[in-house]
Design a binder for this molecule. Structure first.
Ligand SMILES: NC(=O)c1ccc[n+]([C@@H]2O[C@H](COP(=O)([O-])OP(=O)(O)OC[C@H]3O[C@@H](n4cnc5c(N)ncnc54)[C@H](O)[C@@H]3O)[C@@H](O)[C@H]2O)c1
Length: 247
């Protein structure tokens, strides 16, 4: 049950975060759409409200501590505090290490990892006070390692460490911390790949198919419930079995 829970989903004006917001709103949660893309935030909130859901939009850069604290302050005064945090915002700069710059490294670590840290830091005390909280980090199967993915894989591996540490620290206060590791998911980026690349990637999938954004949304909804209270510090792969393969 997530009815009447307040959920903040970072980077939720697009992709998986957006679909997760709709799925959680349909399950009765009050959803906060955060993103750096203002136009998409406004549009997403309008669409949610048009469907009769309770939603709030907050434009904020999750890499910036002051923006994150302002966002949490706004949500806390508009709603009754934050029950569920989904650290979903992410991006990737990919390429062989010889081509990657310091800036590629910094931005990838900042958005994926530092952002999750800042948001967790800003919301955790109200969860502790309430004796209930769910922190759900969207990492990637790529945390296991990926050729050409050094910054992204490192950032996502860092998210796994963050997830486990927060689970140990906050478990006794009714706050769980878990990680979802998506594999190949059908997003616009997939459609832009060359046919031969798509064929190759699909040949590596034990299930022979891509995941859909709703597969991630379903997993988030499950980990957000009260009924998942005995699950913490875990990595849930939603990747069609790809995490079982060596390469
Ligand atoms: N798409 C995939 O196949 C896939 C696979 C594994 C993991 N993931 C992870 O899932 C998450 C969502 O991926 P997606 O494909 O839906 O991405 P997406 O690009 O569609 O959405 C990410 C959103 O994050 C926002 N964002 C970026 N930087 C931000 C910042 N500093 N502050 C606030 N918002 C910011 C973007 O504006 C964008 O709207 C990411 O963490 C990604 O790494 C995706």
């Amino acid at each position: 049950m997530i009815e009447n829970r307040v959920v903040l989903i970072t980077g939720s004006a697009s992709g998986m975060g957006r679909d997760t917001a709709f799925a959680m709103a349909a399950a009765g949660a009050k959803v906060v759409i955060n993103d750096i893309n203002e136009e998409k935030v406004v549009q997403t909130v309008e669409e949610l409200k048009a469907q009769g859901y309770e939603a709030l939009g907050v434009v904020a850069n999750i890499c910036d501590r002051a923006s994150v604290e302002d966002m949490v302050g706004t949500v806390t005064s508009e709603f009754s505090g934050i029950d569920i945090l989904v650290n979903n915002a992410g991006m990737e700069r990919a390429g062989p290490i010889r081509n990657l710059s310091e800036e590629d490294w910094d931005i990838t670590i900042n958005v994926n990892l530092k952002g999750a840290f800042l948001c967790t830091k800003a919301v955790h005390s109200q969860m502790v006070k309430k004796g209930f909280g769910r922190i759900i980090n969207i990492a990637s199967r790529a945390w296991l390692g990926g050729s050409g993915q050094a910054p992204y894989s490192s950032a996502k591996a860092g998210m796994v460490g963050l997830t486990r540490s927060i689970a140990l620290e906050l478990g006794k206060y009714g706050v769980t911390s878990n990680c979802i590791a998506p594999g190949l998911i059908h997003t616009p980026m997939w459609d832009e790949l060359e046919e031969k690349t798509r064929k190759y990637l699909l040949s590596k999938q034990p299930t022979g198919k891509l995941g859909e954004t709703r597969d991630i949304a379903n997993a988030v909804c499950f980990l957000a419930t009260e009924e998942s209270s005995f699950i913490t510090g875990q990595v849930l792969y939603v990747c069609g079995g790809r995490s079982l393969c060596a390469s």
